[in-house]
Ligand binder design. Structure first.
Ligand code: PLP
Length: 435
């Protein structure tokens, strides 16, 4: 039976006010809770794995600000590093030693890039990586995969048309058709489609871009074999392979999905975790490729707040913890045990749910299908079950992303007690979904 709803009176009042100021009342669309029940919760504070909303409701958080908070909320070291920098100034628009420190920490611990450039968001990182690929190869077209999200730049707000290999159709008003015409969209896990795209446009393809592990439209695990095929075919045709590690970078491990698949991409993009919760993105590549970036080279890219000292301080503090021995072993083992217990309950009850999982990322898919590798394999109707689970979890104090296409994240701050409490509530929520 549905549990009584938690009070959302203050959140509802704030949302009404927000609608006067912002389109849809929000500054990023998914926050509007359009895909789940009720008004969005206005969050007041977070500590460790917990969130509190404006009505004083407490939640165990599995959204973790959409991935950046791998250390949880209000981490002591990150907070102290930010506080120490605050007294020295917020922004200089000039180089700082902090940028060097964060770059050194990353490059010394990541064999897949030799040079890096900091920007302020994942979107900016990807947009710049595409420009670098185009500038280096002197080609215009890019291939992206249906179901991968790479931020909201024009070249990437495109969706598949019908057919094996299609020029993208814009997925947002305001994207010129000419941009979409330069983006070819194909399905994931389809070698034939990749071969066909290269056969048709061989000398025109600047880059293929893929999420390290696609995690924006469910968790669509690709096989190692397919990823190596992708690496080989791009190399064969002189196209860049851009691994978008905005989610997977520093999440799957310090060296992200590149290490997971043992693939050397040409360009890697980062965001989210890299800034320790502050707005930072980055792209990195070999010295040769990065020499194309201004002021060394002809590919222009700049940013007033790039390498912002407060954000760098947060990133250094966070990544210093992540670079410690056993950080990922412990976090991933904790997540695996959590997922295992959930799977066992689901199996015992015979519920039609799959729990996909890698490292500290998980995704509930309400389906019988045990293997989902393409966006087209997700049944939109299954999202109705997610909506119910989401409502029931919020009512029990567990915060999941407000859409069934979103993955969940476990942080180092989730204690065994948090995970046990969350499990119990997830069991109860699933019982209601399938009652
Ligand atoms: N690339 C990937 C894989 C992402 O998941 C996201 C955001 O979710 C982006 C790029 C865009 O990053 P941002 O939202 O920081 O602009």
């Amino acid at each position: 039976m549905q549990t009584p709803d938690i009070s959302r009176a203050k959140s509802a009042e704030l949302f009404e006010k927000a609608k006067q100021y912002f389109p849809g009342g929000v500054n990023s669309p998914v926050r509007a809770f359009k895909s789940v029940f009720g008004t969005p919760l206005f969050i007041e504070r977070g500590d460790k794995a917990h969130l509190w909303d404006a009505d004083g409701n407490e939640f165990i958080d599995f959204c973790c600000s959409w991935g950046p908070l791998i250390l949880g909320h209000n981490n002591d070291q990150v907070r102290e590093a930010v506080a120490a920098q605050l007294g020295k100034g917020l922004s200089f628009g000039a180089p700082t030693a902090l940028e060097n420190q964060l770059a050194e920490l990353i490059i010394e611990n990541n064999k897949y890039i030799e040079k890096i450039r900091f920007v302020s968001s994942g979107t900016e990182a990807v947009m710049s990586a595409i420009r670098l690929a185009r500038g280096y190869t002197k080609r215009d077209k890019i291939i992206k995969f249906d179901g991968c999200y790479h931020g909201h730049s024009d070249s990437l707000l495109v969706k598949a048309g019908s057919g094996l290999v299609t020029f993208g159709e814009t997925s947002s008003a305001g994207v010129p058709k000419a941009f979409a015409d330069e983006t070819i969209v194909i399905e994931l896990n389809d070698k034939e489609a990749l071969r066909a795209a290269f056969a048709e446009f061989k000398d025109q393809i600047a880059a293929v871009i893929i999420e390290g592990i696609p995690a924006n439209n469910g968790l669509l695990m690709q096989s190692k074999e397919y990823m190596h095929f992708l690496r080989a075919i791009t190399k064969e045709h002189g196209s860049m392979l851009i691994m978008d590690e905005v989610i997977t970078g520093f999440r799957i491990g310090f060296e992200g999905a590149s290490a997971y698949y043992e693939i050397q991409p040409d360009i890697i993009t980062y965001g989210k975790i890299i800034g320790g919760g502050m707005p930072v993105g980055a792209y990195g590549a070999s010295k040769e490729l990065m020499a194309c970036i201004s002021p060394d080279g002809a590919v222009y890219q700049a940013g007033t707040l790039s390498g912002n000292p407060v954000a760098m301080a947060a990133g250094i503090a966070a990544l210093t913890i992540l670079a410690q021995d056993d950080f990922y072993t412990n976090l991933n083992a904790k997540t695996a045990a959590f997922v295992q217990d959930l799977r066992q309950y689901i199996a015992e009850k015979g519920y039609q749910v799959q729990l996909f999982h890698v490292a500290s990322i998980f995704w509930f898919a309400f389906t019988e299908q045990e293997d989902i590798k393409k966006a087209s394999e997700i049944d939109p109707a299954s999202m109705e079950s997610y909506k119910i689970m989401h409502r029931e979890l919020l009512n029990r104090g567990v915060y999941f992303g407000p859409s069934g296409y979103e993955v969940g994240f476990v942080s180092a701050a989730h204690t065994d007690a948090d995970l046990n409490t969350a499990k119990k509530h997830i069991f109860d929520a699933l019982d209601i979904v399938f009652q």
